[in-house]
Design a protein around this ligand. Structure first.
Ligand code: 3HC
Ligand code: NAI
Length: 703
């Protein structure tokens, strides 16, 4: 037998074991090993076959690294056919997660049993794919078309007990070893002379599907999918499951799978799958760095961010103490936390008693005496360096040795904050994004003196609270906010040059951004940027720079909170509407500045807004602020809702071609001036060498 798949007889049960760490992905050797084992079992003394896995999980899917490479035999459908056509019952023994191709292997078996903690799912859509080995044909046959649609288009796994209720699992075992449990189950099948249950033999009653079911599904999914095509193709496969015989349905599924696997969307989403996992690794911090235990956390400041951060820890059962300036502020903070949880309960996403358990984990104080025993402090007080230094001085005096002292600052110098303590090695940035209990990104900011074990611990705790972590060095705005500058600036410059707000936002939303930058400004409050600009001394003295943003604030139009900004908002529904008054004002202002307005294409809008991001990203890379271009992509996908189907700004730049991006930036420099457009030397170098950011990452090696 092969190294990764073993086969042995256990009395009258043939046991196939897959052992391909870390997640038993269906690499070629695994496919071949399973095929050989099933073939061998047809001719030995076994009366039933159990397929089980070693390690932490059942098969977690196809080997994603093989996509985009030439296919190697045997292909997965061939292995599944061998299982399904076995003359002896095959039982899948599921523990951990049976995902994608892994769950499809289980569905080709005649019976499926699972331990209670197991989950099954078809997450292919999250990679811009569809289940390509029968998942779209077998799940609707067992669970019904509606449940299949939900499962496959969401990509979310379901727990063993729910999967049993849906018919996807036959037996939920006790807590015993999964393989032993499955062997017992297989023996009971033999004893009861159970039939060879093949899902392919089930026919879906087409008359049970409402006539407009698929059309409605397509409409709803198109709204959610933001430029992705996989959802639409999944609907086509489910239609085929209803209308066509099994083999033709499988053929249709294969055809559409092939289309998706070679689509730019899927390439982008696979890039992000690996980028996300890479981002958590710090190149010069060894993997086995010992971690500091984190059993209790303090949050300083219970405002917008502090409250959300406290919830992140309470959600995973870690007690939190929230420190505020006075009882009133404390009460307000606790009130917001309760309100946020209540909304989650109302949405049916959290049971009421669970909410109370979580709230009970969060206590409040106004005294530093109460935070002496915590393992981690996250400071989220006002964004003011002197205040932060003062607070860190107090933390230094109050906290036990070894406690990690983190700041959630958006822009302040983490090193200056660290120097306010006698232990700068324990100080680190933990930059959450608003709303902190929802947004997935955590930028981990490494100060000049931050200790390795502090970084390793923060990366690990970040993952534990459900965040995707990326490392940043110290600079103004770190990776994400630093890059954002030119994006917002150009969105407003485009207005002066001839666009309406709706046109700028429309082009970027058409690209896949959840919200265009001007609408985003209205949401965040235009006064925020206005105040920040007033404090800056480095901005060019140029009357067209941020002209509209400034004027609107001075007119009292601060955005959604005042009912108007770049747009006007329906007071009831908050629906945004173009405002002819603003459009006229833009024209007037442009005329005052002698700017000749012109028609501007969507292509130019995208280039003007995104190329500054990419250019700044290149500077961030060459300065070593980000470890990898792919880390920058992770920051933008999870922190700024950049469309995952475009793979992040740096991947997008690669797909456009760095030479083209560089040339365009040079053109903009010549047209709009050097103070705004200065090509990054790294971008120039890669463009001239005909290289991509992905190649740059590769040449520097993985962590
Ligand atoms: N192929 C290749 N490598 C994989 C992989 C896969 N399917 N799944 C995980 N890995 C790798 C990761 O890249 C990571 O590598 P690293 O240690 O070098 O960074 C390692 O395995 C461990 O992964 P995680 O850090 O994600 O481990 P967790 O324990 O946190 O999570 C998991 C485990 C839930 C299984 C998670 O890895 C996961 O969701 N994997 C992807 C599952 C998936 O998408 N399957 C569908 C694939 S497409 C398919 O099957 C097509 C079919 O229909 C034909
Ligand atoms: P906020 O104004 O909503 O909350 C700040 C809270 O800190 C207030 O409740 C205040 O009473 C409290 N506070 C002030 N001084 C204190 C002290 N000495 N001790 C204890 N508590 C004190 O501010 P917000 O938005 O929560 O921001 C906090 C920090 O998080 C800032 O550094 C900000 O830059 C950063 N941040 C903000 C984001 C946002 O979108 N709001 C996003 C990411 C980071």
């Amino acid at each position: 037998m092969s190294e990764v798949v073993s086969y042995e007889l256990n009395e009258n049960i043939g046991v196939i074991r897959v052992n391909n760490p870390p997640v038993n992905a269906l690499a070629q050797v695994v496919r071949e090993g399973i095929l050989n084992a099933v073939t061998e079992a047809q001719n030995d003394g076994s009366e039933a076959i159990v397929l089980a896995c070693e390690g932490r999980t059942f098969i977690a899917g196809a080997d994603i690294t093989e996509f985009g490479k030439p296919p190697r035999d045997p292909w997965l459908p061939e292995v599944l056919s061998a299982i399904e056509n076995s003359s002896k019952p095959v039982v899948a023994a599921i523990h951990g997660t049976a995902l994608g191709g892994g769950f499809e292997v289980a569905l080709a078996c005649h019976y499926r049993c699972a331990v209670p903690s197991a989950k099954v799912g078809l997450p292919e859509v999250k990679l811009g794919l569809l289940p390509g080995a029968g998942g779209t044909q077998r799940v609707p046959r067992v669970a019904g078309v509606k449940a299949a649609l939900e499962m496959i288009t969401s990509g979310n796994p379901v727990a063993a007990s729910k999967a049993r209720d849906m018919g996807l699992i036959d037996e939920v075992l006790g807590d015993e070893d999964v393989c032993a449990g499955a062997i017992q189950y297989a023996k009971s099948l033999i004893q009861s002379d159970a039939p060879l249950k093949r899902i392919r033999d089930i026919t879906i009653d087409a008359s049970s599907i409402e006539p407009d079911f698929f059309a409605n599904a397509r409409k709803q999914l198109a709204r959610r999918a933001r430029g992705q095509i996989a959802q639409d193709r999944i609907v086509s496969c489910l239609e085929a499951a209803v209308e066509l015989p099994m083999d033709e349905g499988l053929e249709r599924e294969r055809e559409l799978f092939k289309e998706l696997v070679s689509s730019p969307e899927s390439a982008a989403m696979r890039h992000i799958f690996f980028a996300e996992r890479q981002a958590a690794k710090i190149k010069d911090v060894p993997k086995d760095t010992p971690l500091r235990p984190i059993n209790k956390v303090a949050i300083l400041g219970g405002g917008t961010m502090g409250g959300g951060i406290a919830m992140c820890f309470a959600n995973v059962g870690i007690p939190v103490v929230m420190l505020e300036i006075n009882d009133e502020a404390l009460e307000r903070g606790m009130g917001i936390i309760r309100k946020n949880y209540t909304i989650t309960v109302q949405k049916g996403k959290l049971a009421e008693d669970k909410m109370e358990d979580r709230i009970a984990l969060i206590s409040g104080t106004t005294s530093y005496d109460d935070i002496g025993d915590v393992d981690l402090v996250i400071e989220a007080v006002f964004e003011n360096l002197d205040l932060k230094k003062e607070v860190f001085g107090k933390l230094d005096a109050a906290c036990k040795q070894g406690a990690i002292l983190a700041t959630n600052t958006s822009y302040q110098d983490v090193d200056a904050i660290a120097e306010a303590t006698s232990r700068p090695e324990d100080v680190v940035g933990m930059h959450f994004f608003s709303p902190a209990n929802v947004m997935k990104l955590l930028e981990v900011v490494r100060g000049a003196k931050t200790a390795d074990d502090v970084l390793a611990t923060v990366m690990q705790i970040g993952k534990k609270i459900g965040k995707v972590c990326a490392l940043s060095g110290v600079c103004y705005g770190f990776i994400g906010n630093r890059m954002l500058g030119g994006y917002g600036r150009e969105a407003q410059m485009l207005l002066m040059d001839g666009c309406t707000p709706a046109q700028v936002d429309g082009a970027l939303e058409g690209f896949g951004m959840a919200m265009g930058p001007l609408a985003m400004g209205d949401l965040a409050g235009l006064d925020v940027g206005y105040k920040a600009r007033q404090a800056r001394t480095d901005l060019p003295d140029d009357p067209k720079l941020y002209r509209m943003g400034t004027l609107l604030v001075e007119m009292g139009r601060h955005g959604q909170k005042t009912g108007s900004g770049f747009y006007k908002y329906d007071p009831e529904t908050r629906k945004r509407m173009s405002d002819p008054e603003v459009e006229a004002l833009i024209k007037e202002e442009a005329a005052k500045l002698n700017i000749e307005q012109r028609a501007i294409s969507d292509e130019e809008i995208l280039a003007r807004c995104f190329y500054p991001l990419i250019n700044e990203g290149a500077k961030i890379l060459e300065e070593g602020i980000a470890q990898r271009a792919s880390d920058i992509d992770v920051v933008y996908i999870y922190g700024y809702a950049f469309p995952v189907a475009k793979g992040g700004p740096m991947h997008y730049a690669d797909s456009v071609g760095l030479k083209k991006v560089y040339d365009k930036i040079c053109e903009f420099r010549d047209r709009y001036g050097e103070e705004y457009w200065q090509p990054a030397p790294l971008l120039q170098q890669l463009a001239e060498q005909g290289k991509s950011f992905a190649q740059w990452d590769k040449e520097r090696g993985a962590a």
